[in-house]
Every structure is written in C-alpha cells, then in structure tokens.
Design a protein around this ligand. Structure first.
Ligand code: NAP
Length: 248
C-alpha cells in the first residue's frame, strides 16, 4: 500500500493487540521496526514473526512510564539502526472505576503510562527527528476521549490529553517537516476489550453503525497511512477508526 523502505519505526505496546498489528504492518510496508513493551517473550515472538516475513526488527524491553528505561530503549534503537523516522505511541492501560471512588494510584498509573509515557517517548524521538528534519509521530488515543465514558475518568482524561498533546507538539515541530497526529480507535477486538461483560458488548455493538467491532489491522492501516510520505500535509489531526460510533 504505502512504501516505508529506509524508514525506522518504534512502536510502544508492540507486544500484542493494536501495537503488534502496527509493528507487522509497518514492517510489511518496508520499515525496520523497533517493537517496545515490557513483556520480552511476546516481543521476541513479534520480532520473530517480522523476521520470518523477511523484515528487520528489534525487541526493545521498556516501560514507557519509566524515563530512564525510555531513554535506554531509544538509545538501543539508535545503536542498532542509526536513525528514527516514525514513533507510534500505542502503549496503554485501563484501571476502570467510578470517579467518586477512584484510588489516586489508579489515576496516576493510567496518566503516567498513557500520557506521560507518550511525552517521554516524543522527547526522545524529537531529539533525532529535529536533526533529520523528517518525522512522523502517531499517538493512539480513543473514541472515549471524544465522547466520554462512565467508569473511565482516568483513561478518558489520558486519551483526551493525548489529543491535546498531539496538537501542541504538531505546532511546535511543523517547521521541521515532522507531523504529529492521533488515531482514535473505537471498539476494537483485543485483550483490552475481551473482558467486557457480554451485555456491555451487545450495547456497544447496537450503537455502532457498521454493526461490528473493529480489527486491530484496521487501526494499523490508519497508522501506516499517517506514517507515510503521502500523509505529509496532515498534522494535528485525529483520525477516527470507530465504525461510525462517534462522528466528530
Ligand atoms: P492491549 O492488547 O492490552 O495492549 C496494550 C499494549 O500496551 C501491550 O502491548 C502492553 O505490553 C503495552 N503496555 C502497557 N503498559 C505499558 C508500559 N508501561 N510500557 C510499555 N508498554 C506497555 O490493548 P490494545 O487494545 O491493543 O490497545 C492498544 C492501544 O489502543 C492502547 O493505548 C489503548 O488504550 C488503545 N485503544 C484500544 C481500543 C480497543 O478497543 N481495544 C480502543 C481505543 C483505544 P506489555 O504488557 O508487554 O508492556
């Protein structure tokens, strides 16, 4: 579809789900891929899958909430590939509960991973991209950032924060030919949505005009597009991949 030959991409949360699908899709498009997450066994499997398909990949064990680990992870990528062109901030967690009873640690852990983690990665990536005068940063937000969701104040705040972060950084770095965009997935079939009670799933499905859950490769395809040369005039944008669940 799009040609990413010669590009190097780092994807956080690449050990499973949307991040894994994105790592595979970017590699299929020709990028050399750094797959980052905490679970080293799953990362090794993703790297092996890319290698067996003829691509080049590196496992980067890293907790995005830990600044020292993020710094070391990016150094590992530069040591191996010598450059970085594409950053996908996809790592994300939930700690659901009603706001009135939300524990401070559940608020802080989610904000630290989903939002601060993205900033830490962006800072490391920009140090390279600003020199290269080319870059693509894609932040994985969520439809709930746009429509709200009961029981997810921490997650929704983190994902809405990512949209603000996307727009602020987009303005800061546009003059260096670096674009910064977000994708806002709807209800995607992954380990994150698997535990939802059947009644909640049925209710959500009834509200989705396309009448089905999304697939991780459909989110990955939107990310590959935003990472491409062809998307070079799109910045500060939020691309919905939600089956029509929310129309901005
Ligand atoms: P998932 O299967 O639970 O995957 C989450 C990924 O994030 C895993 O690879 C996990 O890897 C990684 N991760 C979590 N905490 C991390 C940390 N501290 N440092 C590094 N990596 C970390 O979920 P998913 O559905 O693929 O979600 C991917 C992204 O899409 C998330 O940001 C999520 O909020 C967003 N999203 C999902 C949906 C959906 O319906 N599924 C909808 C909207 C948005 P390790 O555990 O190995 O670290």
């Amino acid at each position: 579809m799009f040609n990413l030959d010669g590009k190097v991409a780092l994807i956080t949360g690449a050990s499973q789900g949307i991040g894994r699908a994105t790592a595979l899709a970017l590699a299929r498009a020709g990028a050399r891929v750094a797959a980052a997450a905490r679970n080293t066994e799953k990362l090794a499997a993703v790297v092996a899958e890319i290698s067996s398909g003829g691509g080049e990949a590196l496992a980067v064990p890293m907790d995005v909430a830990d600044a020292a680990q993020v710094k070391a992870g990016f150094q590992q990528v530069l040591n191996r590939f010598g450059r970085l062109d594409i950053l996908v901030n996809n790592a994300g967690i939930t700690r659901d509960g009603l706001a009135v009873r939300m524990k401070p640690e559940d608020w802080e852990t989610v904000l630290r991973t989903n939002l601060t983690g993205a900033l830490l990665c962006i800072q490391q990536a920009l140090a390279v991209m600003l020199r290269q005068r080319w870059g693509r940063i894609i932040n994985v937000s969520s439809v709930v950032a746009q429509m709200g969701n009961a029981g997810q104040a921490n997650y929704v705040a983190s994902k809405a924060g990512l949209i603000g972060l996307t727009k602020a950084i987009a303005v800061e770095v546009a003059s260096r030919n670096i674009t910064v965009n977000a994708v806002a997935p709807g209800f995607i079939a992954t380990a994150m949505t698997e535990p939802l009670p059947e009644a909640v799933k049925a209710d959500l499905l009834a509200r989705i005009p396309l009448g089905r859950m999304g697939d991780d490769i459909e989110v990955a395809a939107a990310i590959v597009f935003l990472a491409s040369e062809e998307a070079g005039y799109i910045t500060g944008h939020v691309l919905d991949v939600n089956g029509g669940l929310y129309m901005a």
